[in-house]
Design a protein. Sequence first.
Length: 107
Amino acid sequence: MTGEIACSAVYPTLAVRDVEESCAWYVERLGFAMRFLWGAPPTHGAVLFGSACVHFWSGVPEPGQNWLYFDITGLEAMLARAQANGVTIVRPPRPIPGGCGSSMRWT
């Protein structure tokens, strides 16, 4: 894998069934860093990728209601890292109308 990967901004808070497991997935599969876990068991947590921070809280996720937008430099390297760590790419990167970058979906 070559090329630098950088992410400049993202600040969502997502409802998840297991905060600790969700944080671990981003750390282990996508290379994020753990920022914090709060509570025992954790009811709130956050992970970092550069200056981008994703928060998770213990709740009931509603399919189709949560979106993550990452402003990433080095998308191909990020994609390669994710695939190497077992991430399934549901929809590969594609241009967003209006020249706003690319969009992809993973599981």
